[in-house]
Write a protein that binds this ligand. Structure first.
Ligand code: ARG
Length: 505
């Protein structure tokens, strides 16, 4: 049994011969367990479908998620004043734009998908690339999913509990349910997941428009009192500013999203920089206007008090249509969570296919063609994070780790200017930009640790180091414990998944 299993499981070269001698082996489940695409010899390749419009939509649709509906209060708490929080909102937008312009050079120079993974491979080699895929699979992507689902739950529950604070346990349970539903959608079919994404992105833009128009109306009526003396109470300490940035930067996260799909962009050397140049300023502008709209309707103190700013906003301004606000926010966060799991499944799938993670994580469901094992794996970690953390602690945990890698990409750019000076760069960013972003990311990583060391930062650092311990035996020396075969075969039968054809090319 075990040997036969290992044969149709077929790691790399072995599977090719397994497939051609398939008719003789006579194992009943064989046909069914063959990988998708095994019948056609056409190697899987991605089509270039993303033009300028979808490029901008991909950036904007990922960036606008939960942050703008949840973070404004947190940012006021951390900065102490309306003015300082608005300055941080705009600075986060500028920082994201600068970072993304540097990513535009990286993405047009190395046009393979996978963003950081590909750039680290080019600039630093296999180990840093492995560490990135390790951390993003185990930490970054699951914490993104956990944060967005917690925000979803907060709004969904708040809608039923009027202005009083909803019980934490209920919020967590709803967040776990949301993860389960999103997991089912993504395991069920790719088409379903992408249609959910499109519908929900549209709804999200609707919510943004409602808030901005509402605020503009209130301001026109002369409700400017909360915007006077904006800087009174500012508390700008070394570490405070950095964690304030974490809160704001979460809302902007996703600015590098187009770099994950470079292989699918039409004319990437033009459309990648252009989508970045349109998308990120657009989001920055929306976020600034939304913050001002909130302040046209409530004071900074009221914003801090409200657990869900957008709901309070709706209650004050939309009258009988107040239900529209929590609904649009739940729709927006749900869509964002769906997109995040979708991308996460893809990254995990790619890295494990390269032999950097467990084989089973790169397998695909035999009839539904979805990377179910990777999706389930991410969701389980996200559930653990939801149960153990709060939105704010998770955001700090996430941003700390993410900025280590964003800073790493800046370093990769600078290194490659030296080591690969002659590689064509269709888009070349002024060298000062990655330098600035590198310095800021070092500040963002170091300042919160010095200012107020938190256990989350230690967890994150431990995770990265733990990756090293795995790298040496399992990736560098390619050691596979014998029991892994049994586990893989068991999971394959349980989940009905198989390796993809492209794996053997
Ligand atoms: N900026 C989004 C929000 O405010 C989160 C995006 C998560 N990041 C990602 N790459 N999917 O909710």
């Amino acid at each position: 049994g075990k040997h036969e299993g290992a044969e149709w499981r077929g790691r790399r070269g072995r599977a090719g011969s397994g497939a051609s001698s398939g008719s003789g082996s006579g194992s009943g489940g064989r046909e069914r367990l063959e990988g998708p695409g095994a019948a056609e010899n056409d190697p899987l390749h991605l089509k270039r479908r993303v033009g300028l419009f979808s490029g901008v939509a991909l950036i904007v649709g990922t960036m606008i998620g939960s942050g703008i509906f949840v973070s404004p209060s947190g940012l006021i708490v951390r900065t102490g004043s309306v003015g300082a929080s608005l300055v941080i909102w705009v600075s986060c937008g500028v920082l994201s734009l600068l970072g993304a312009l540097a990513y535009a050079e990286l993405g047009t120079m190395n046009t393979s998908s996978g963003a950081e993974y590909a750039y680290f491979m080019d600039a630093f080699g296999s180990l840093p690339a492995f560490l990135f895929s390790w951390v993003s699979t185990l930490v970054l992507k699951p914490s993104q999913l956990a944060i967005i689902c917690l925000s979803f739950a907060q709004y969904a529950v708040e809608a039923f509990s009027s202005e009083c604070e909803p019980p934490t346990l209920v919020v967590k349970v709803v967040a776990v349910l949301a993860i389960a539903v999103i997991l089912l959608i993504n395991c069920y079919s790719v088409t379903l997941a992408t249609s959910v994404q499109n519908v929900f992105t549209t709804a999200k833009l609707g919510a943004v428009l409602i808030i901005i128009c509402g605020g503009a109306y209130k301001l026109a009526e002369g409700n400017t009192q909360h915007l006077r003396d904006p800087f009174v109470g500012t508390k700008a300490t070394f570490g405070n500013i950095a964690t304030g940035f974490y809160t704001g930067l979460w809302a902007y996260d996703g600015w590098n999203n187009l770099n994950y799909v470079t292989e699918e962009i039409k004319n990437p050397s033009v459309n990648l920089p252009r989508s970045i140049g349109i998308g990120i300023p657009l989001v920055t502008f929306c976020y600034l206007l939304i913050n001002i709209s909130y302040l046209a309707v409530m004071s900074a103190a009221e914003m801090v008090e409200s657990e869900a700013v957008a709901v309070t906003f709706g209650n004050r301004i939309l009258g009988v249509m107040a239900w529209l606000m929590p609904l649009s926010v739940t729709v927006s966060t749900f869509g964002s969570a769906n997109g995040t799991l979708f991308a996460a499944g893809r990254l995990c799938f790619a890295a494990s296919r390269e032999g950097h993670l467990l084989d089973i994580l790169s397998y695909v469901h035999v009839r539904r063609y979805t990377p179910a094992p990777g999706l389930i794996f991410h969701s389980l970690i996200a559930v653990a994070m939801v149960m153990s953390g709060t939105i704010d602690s998770l955001i700090d945990f996430f941003s700390f780790t993410a900025w280590i890698f964003y800073g790493g990409s800046m370093l990769a750019l600078l290194v490659m200017r030296k080591t690969k000076p002659h590689t064509p760069r269709p888009y070349k960013v002024p060298i000062i930009i990655p330098l600035i972003v590198l310095v800021i990311s070092i500040y963002l990583i170091v300042a919160p640790i010095i200012d107020e060391p938190k256990i989350e930062y230690l967890y994150a650092a431990t995770f990265i180091v733990a990756g090293l311990l795995f790298y040496v035996p399992f990736v560098h020396y390619g050691y596979v414990p014998a029991v892994m075969d049994t586990i893989t075969v068991f999971l394959q039968l349980l989940l009905e998944v198989a390796p993809t054809q492209s794996m053997f090319d």
